[in-house]
Design a protein around this ligand. Structure first.
Ligand SMILES: Cc1cc2nc3c(=O)[nH]c(=O)nc-3n(C[C@H](O)[C@H](O)[C@H](O)COP(=O)(O)OP(=O)(O)OC[C@H]3O[C@@H](n4cnc5c(N)ncnc54)[C@H](O)[C@@H]3O)c2cc1C
Length: 399
């Protein structure tokens, strides 16, 4: 039997193995939890070993940037000066600035978009009007499709490429390519963990049933109530809409409680200091504590990290379109735990997927694991009685 990884729980599902396979004998198939894993057709496999060579997890021990030598990473609080783009982005709109720069140079930008059914997949764009499809975080694992192959083809033709995604997407690309290309710029986003596409589909079906209409558009990061109080916004084809702050939305509650993430996210090997991207982007939560001016308008502030000289040079070339304020990497990292460390896996995650796979309906799963009423009560106790009392109550309830 051919095995790519001894421990398949560490597979990130990037599909570098499948895209590199010369006999196309590896297909990506969904597991019980709704995540993609490689499946090898042993009849067609020639045991050439190229899949293992392309696997970022098998390479992860010696990857990452050589920070001591280069004096990187460097960090900035940043936002783009175009308010329209900023308000339509998750944080400060920096991704759009990098993407516009690449497109102006005649390049191609790869990133995560919704398809017509609101499943999340990677795609390539080469025209400015298409950029909005890649804008804003979609908190679901994005299917890379054949994007590594497409990017490689462009790079071999010496065309500029900006490839964006999570840390594992970028590690997968680098490992797939196997050598550096001068025209390639990579951006990863700080990552909490990637939720299951299966649970996302169940959530959408539930919404369509409740609103008795097909979905027209979705934003995970609607800023009508401000950046800090961001909302899930779903508009329906019949003109109705759903808007809930993240703390009251069932999908976000499940995400926030770490019930929905892929197993490998709990021991992610591609966060800082092991990011392999030229640039890392994140929300700059807690930026107020740095006492910078102009950060209180609640339109969104990005944390931009240049990990390489190429990343820094590109940041310099978009400088006049942004407001940038350099800070120490330690200051940046201290307010953003997911930049450098994975969340622990909660024991309820296994129970959640066990229930899901024995056919418990989405309404029951919501009530049991992602209940906005319970979440609101917890928040009320924390705010009114203080975190200490909330902690004691939690222990009492568990006991
Ligand atoms: C799954 C996920 C978890 C995240 N967790 C955190 C976190 O814990 N802390 C934090 O500070 N920031 C987190 N972020 C990053 C943050 O939400 C913003 O993406 C980031 O601040 C960039 O915002 P922007 O305004 O510059 O650009 P935007 O236009 O908002 O971002 C678009 C970028 O996000 C990428 N993207 C969108 N959805 C996906 C996806 N499903 N998979 C891969 N790439 C995607 C696009 O390709 C593009 O590069 C997360 C993002 C994702 C996708």
């Amino acid at each position: 039997m051919v095995i790519i990884l001894e421990n398949m729980d560490s597979c990130v599902g990037c599909s570098a193995c499948a895209q590199r396979c010369p006999t196309s004998c590896i297909s990506m198939v969904y597991d019980d939890e709704g995540f993609l894993f490689p499946r090898i057709d042993e009849e067609r496999c020639t045991d050439c070993g190229l899949c293992k060579k392309a696997c970022p997890v098998l390479k992860s021990g010696n990857a990452g940037q050589d920070q001591e030598q280069t004096g990187f990473p460097r960090a900035w609080a940043a936002w783009c000066l175009d308010d329209d783009i900023r308000l339509n982005s998750s944080s400060g709109g920096l991704f759009s600035m990098f993407a516009e720069h690449c497109l102006r140079e005649g390049g191609t930008v790869f990133g995560a978009a919704f398809d017509k059914d609101f499943k999340v997949h990677h795609t390539a764009i080469s025209k400015l009007p298409d950029l909005d499809s890649l804008r804003r975080s979609k908190y679901v694992q994005s299917d890379i499709n054949q994007c590594y192959r497409e990017a490689e083809k462009l790079l071999m033709e010496k065309r500029p490429v900006l490839f964006s995604g999570t840390g594992c997407h970028i590690a997968g690309l680098k490992s797939f390519l196997g050598k550096p290309y001068p025209g390639l710029l990579t951006i990863d986003v700080a990552c909490y963990g990637v939720p299951s596409p299966k649970v996302w589909s169940m959530y959408l079906e539930d919404m369509k049933k409740k609103y008795k209409s097909e979905i027209a558009a979705i934003s995970f990061r609607d800023k009508k109530n401000g950046w800090k109080n961001y909302c899930m916004h779903i508009s329906f084809k019949d003109g109705s809409f759903y808007r809930r702050t993240a703390v009251k939305d069932t999908f976000f509650i499940g995400f926030g409680k770490n019930l929905l993430s892929r197993k490998c996210c709990f021991s992610c090997q591609f966060r800082h200091p092991n990011s392999q991207a030229d640039i890392t982007l994140a929300d700059f939560w807690g930026v107020e504590r740095l006492g910078l001016t102009d950060t209180r308008d609640d339109k969104g502030i990005s944390l931009v990290i240049a990990n390489t000289p190429e990343g820094l040079a590109t940041l310099e070339s978009i400088r006049e379109k942004c407001c940038l304020s350099e800070i120490s990497f330690m200051d940046a990292a201290s307010g953003n735990p997911r930049l450098t460390a994975s969340a622990p896996m909660p024991y309820q995650r296994a129970l959640f997927f066990e229930d899901l796979n024995r056919g418990v309906g989405f309404s029951a799963l919501k009530r049991k694991y992602m209940n906005p009423a319970v979440q609101s009560l917890k928040l009320w106790v924390k705010r009114t009685l203080g975190a200490g009392v909330a902690g004691k109550l939690k222990k009492l309830i568990k006991a």
